[in-house]
Design a protein around this ligand. Structure first.
Ligand code: S3P
Length: 489
């Protein structure tokens, strides 16, 4: 019998226990041992790092972007659950992935970076995660939070998850719901948000769960919980999302099968109480990071840039097809397989872009790339129409509203709808740029900061970004790579 009280009951209980309007006012009444940082409500203005990104001339040469964020998180988590030593090269050393590493260490795994840049992970084995002694600080990372909630849910341990102001606004109900069905018990802030305490159940209850939202994080949370659950855990996804968890779970030796129906529905079965075998993993370059340089090279006249080693898993790469449909010159060279993922070098040349209506069916395969697609659209000729983007409103920021405001400040013509943006492009003329003394508000969202940095490269006055610090969550070398691609390094 699951011992879940259900999300409704726990949220009401939390509300009774002195969490006032807005954010937690007396959080210690319910979660007594949390540090002050768990309740930060806004970025500290004194610590913000503003920067004006200006036109620098063409992007040329060859660059390499850091490792894929999704694969990096999963390498650490699965390595920490295997018995023996997993070796990882090309791991993204961004803050989000480091949050995952710190949490897995707090639960018993040994995770070290060698001077060569290789990471070695000595796992504890499925079922053997230890009780963390302090709250797990997830920083800005939704992927760390949701996937780790899955891992903890089927272990007999209790963990408290805390995060920054952006993460503390994001919905966790989508994972609380299925994990409660598996027997985990939750105490969350109102609305099913962080800070949140999870009490796992072992043995957990295997479930069959149909995803109500297209989310690889929810799918992965359930599958990771299923690893230490007797019987078969089944996830049905009506709309396919990134499949790194499935590929990697199989690679680590889990018994996982996928049935695909003619309408695209995927049914994933995972046999529980798995024994994971350590792996040697080479993480390919992140297509979501490459995206900023692809768009920059397309919109800055005279550019001819090669981005090496970009992951092109079909569940991730739709942006490049959309940009090609807009007239972008993006050529795949040296197509190969790296660690079970398709990879190529992308040669990108400055192109005349034309606006299009983006098919909402491709949204899950480019869900993180819309902010930078909006920038490409702002420089294209004619109208670009995007729909079906509701999920963008619950990312690190509300990326529909925040990008609308940001692009308008930079002089673009944008209409916001409930589920997308309609953008009237300049036809290739530079954007005016942001006025003196006003800056784009990034709201602790790395992809807003980098997208608007790219917009600055194709602007007359430059684009002022209020805070570049969030870039370090996913792409710590973004600014130095930009300098080198534009010959300013
Ligand atoms: C991710 C899934 C996506 C994506 C995020 C990474 C993952 O989130 O936006 O950046 O690694 O599983 P959703 O599952 O919320 O769509």
């Amino acid at each position: 019998m699951p011992r879940s009280r259900g999300i409704k009951a726990t949220v009401q209980q939390v509300a009774r226990l002195a969490i006032g309007a807005g954010r937690c006012q007396k959080p210690r009444a319910i979660l007594p041992d949390l540090p002050e940082s768990a309740f930060v409500t806004a970025a500290d203005p004194a610590a913000m790092r503003p920067r004006r990104f200006t036109a620098q001339g063409p992007l040329t040469g060859r660059i390499r972007v850091p490792g894929d964020k999704s694969i990096s998180h999963r390498s650490i988590m699965l390595g920490a659950l295997a018995v023996g030593r997993t070796r990882v090269t090309g791991l993204l050393e961004g803050e989000d992935v480091l949050s995952t590493a710190a949490a897995m260490r707090a639960m018993g795994a040994s995770i070290e970076r060698l001077p060569t840049g290789e990471w070695v992970i000595d796992g504890v084995g499925v079922g053997a995660l230890l009780q963390p002694r302090t709250a797990l600080d997830m920083g800005n990372s939704g992927t760390s939070t949701r996937l780790l909630m899955g891992l903890v849910a089927s272990h007999p341990i209790t963990a408290t998850f805390i995060g920054d102001a952006s993460l503390s606004k994001r919905p966790m109900g989508r994972v609380i719901e299925p994990l409660s069905q598996m027997g985990a018990d939750f105490t969350a802030a109102p609305g099913g948000k962080l800070p949140l305490t999870l009490r796992g159940l072992s043995p957990a209850v295997p479930i069959t769960y149909r995803l109500p939202v297209a989310s690889a994080q929810v799918k992965s949370a359930i599958l990771l919980a299923g690893l230490n659950t007797p019987g078969t855990t089944t996830v049905i996804e009506p709309v396919p999302t990134r499949d790194h968890s499935e590929r990697m779970l199989r690679g680590f030796g889990a018994d996982l099968t996928v049935e695909s129906a003619p309408d695209g529905t995927r049914t994933i079965h995972l046999a529980g109480e798995a024994d994971l075998k350590p792996q040697t993993i080479e993480v390919p370059g992140d297509p979501s990071s490459a995206a900023f340089f692809v768009v920059a090279a397309l919109i800055v006249p005279g550019s001819d840039l090669v981005i090496e080693n970009v992951g092109l898993n079909p569940t991730r790469a739709a942006l490049f097809d959309v940009l090609r449909a807009m007239g972008g010159s993006i050529e795949e060279q040296n197509v190969r397989d790296v660690g079970g993922e398709p990879v190529a070098d992308l040669r990108v040349r400055a192109s005349t872009l034309t606006g299009i209506a983006v098919d909402p069916a491709v949204v899950p395969s480019m869900v993180d790339e819309f902010p930078v697609l909006f920038v490409a659209a702002a420089l294209a000729s004619g109208r670009t129409v995007t729909t079906g983007l509701e999920e963008l409103r619950v990312k690190e920021s509300d990326r529909i509203a925040v990008m609308r405001t940001a692009l308008e400040l930079a002089g673009a013509t944008v209409t916001e709808t409930e589920d997308g943006l309609i953008i009237h492009g300049t036809g290739g003329d530079p954007l005016p740029g942001t006025p003196d003394a006003s800056a784009v508000a990034t709201h602790l969202d790395h992809r807003i900061a980098m997208s608007m940095a790219v917009a600055g490269l194709a602007s007359r006055a430059g684009v002022e970004v209020d805070d570049t610090r969030p870039i370090a969550t996913s792409f710590p070398i973004f600014e130095s790579l930009l300098a080198s691609a534009t010959g300013m390094a």
